[in-house]
Design a protein around this ligand. Structure first.
Ligand SMILES: Nc1ncnc2c1ncn2[C@@H]1O[C@H](COP(=O)(O)OP(=O)(O)OP(=O)(O)O)[C@@H](O)[C@H]1O
Length: 381
């Protein structure tokens, strides 16, 4: 087991990178703590595989360091890093038996045959492969093959971490949840640091305790599934997490925040902060789940026009036009289906403000200010 630290890490596939867009990984410092179950979540092309390959040693980063338990491993070859990697497509030897496939990494490093036998049986038991050990791998189903791939990582005692790169891509949907549960169980049993790469928010949140959301070569937020949902640190997180994603609209900072002729309720502390920042490019975000749809007329709410209502079985998604922009609200099953002009409001607690796409987090700002004050007091003493 190991903690994995990325220290001022950056990577470009371009020979002489000059601008941020030249980098597949933009400079980042990040820690995956020892023994955690993590997900790296982001859309295609955001840099997930590049980052995994750098950690496992298949790719040398252009800048920065990778540390396992605080020790630099940049110069170590993949086989010296004790990292197991499970890819989208199972990497196994079709002509070998399941037993021999699982034994392969141990035979490679000269482990005695009696130890191999007990380890292979132990891992096969956990993966529910015991009755397949004598079979040739060729005849296995895709999910069984992927389990063998995982098993090849788990047989080694000295594995520091297991990296999963979209491991369920080739698995039938009805078997996915089974394998996901297996992975979770393996994590609990082995207490190994696991990093699970995916573009699927459901896979990420069912597997991981903490998710790193990646966008344009950067980790824009690292938090629990709940934190990502309730307090997206970047507009991309709001948009990417949730179904449908967060509503965003551009607002202007005057005496208050305005959207067209509408005033958007926000605290005085927020207005003071935005003015102090000299903020322009301001967006307000609210999740469809938190938009309040009133049953009747309400003078304190915004009049909006219903566009259409989508019935998704246990809930409905209401699309409405507010100041010419289409937004969404989630209605529960028993809520009245509205039409025509209706009234909606945005509870202040769930109305988030973003400047240049990043959340203006007053709570974090207050903590940092307190820390700065403590430092000043320390210096004064
Ligand atoms: N070998 C390569 N040479 C040049 N550019 C590359 C190479 N591999 C990846 N890239 C580029 O680096 C960026 C990040 O790619 P990467 O494969 O790491 O993203 P990803 O998030 O894993 O995407 P996907 O889910 O599609 O695999 C992309 O713009 C991609 O085109």
């Amino acid at each position: 087991m190991a903690s994995i630290t990325l220290n001022a890490l950056a990577h470009s596939y371009v020979e002489n990178p000059t601008k941020p867009e030249d980098y597949a990984i933009r400079e980042m410092t990040h820690v995956w703590e020892q023994g955690g179950a993590f997900a790296l979540l982001g859309p295609s092309g955001c840099g997930k595989s590049t980052l995994l390959n750098i950690i496992s040693g298949l790719l040398k980063p252009s800048n920065g360091e990778i540390l396992f338990d605080g020790k630099r491993v940049n110069e170590l070859k993949p086989e010296e890093r004790n990292i197991a990697q499970v890819f989208q497509f199972p990497v196994i030897y079709d002509t070998m038996t399941v037993f021999d496939n699982l034994a392969f990494p141990l035979r490679n490093i000269g482990v005695p045959e009696h130890k191999i036998k007990s380890k292979v049986h132990e891992v096969a038991e956990i993966l529910e492969l015991s009755d397949q050990l004598k079979r040739k791998a060729k005849g296995l189903s895709a999910d069984q093959k992927q389990k063998v791939s995982m098993g090849r990582g788990l047989v080694r005692d000295n594995v520091s971490a297991i990296l999963f790169d979209e491991p369920l891509t080739v698995i039938d949907p009805q078997l996915k949840w089974k394998l996901r549960r297996k992975l979770k169980q393996i994590h609990e049993q082995f207490n190994i640091t696991m990093v699970y790469v995916t573009h699927d928010q459901l896979e990420a949140s069912t597997f991981a305790d903490k998710i790193a959301v990646m966008y344009n070569g950067q980790i824009v937020q690292f938090g629990t599934p709940r934190e990502l949902f309730e307090n997206p640190a970047h507009t991309f997180v709001g948009y990417f997490i949730g179904s449908p994603g967060m509503n965003f609209f551009d607002v202007e900072l005057k005496d208050t925040l305005t959207f067209g002729s509408h005033e958007i309720a926000t605290s005085d502390a927020m207005l003071t902060r935005l003015k102090a920042m000299g903020a322009s490019n301001i967006k307000v975000g609210i999740r469809p789940e938190f938009v309040h749809v009133w049953d009747g007329k309400n003078d304190d709410a915004f009049p909006v026009e219903v566009d259409f209502v989508e019935d998704l079985g246990t809930y409905k998604i209401l699309s409405f036009s507010f100041n010419g922009q289409i937004m969404k609200a989630r209605l529960s099953e028993d809520q009245k289906v509205p039409s025509g002009q209706i009234y909606v409001s945005f509870p202040e607690q769930w109305t988030k403000v973003y400047v240049d796409e990043y959340l203006v987090d007053l709570a974090a700002h207050a903590i940092n200010n307190d820390k700065d004050k403590d430092k000043e007091t320390d210096h004064a003493n």
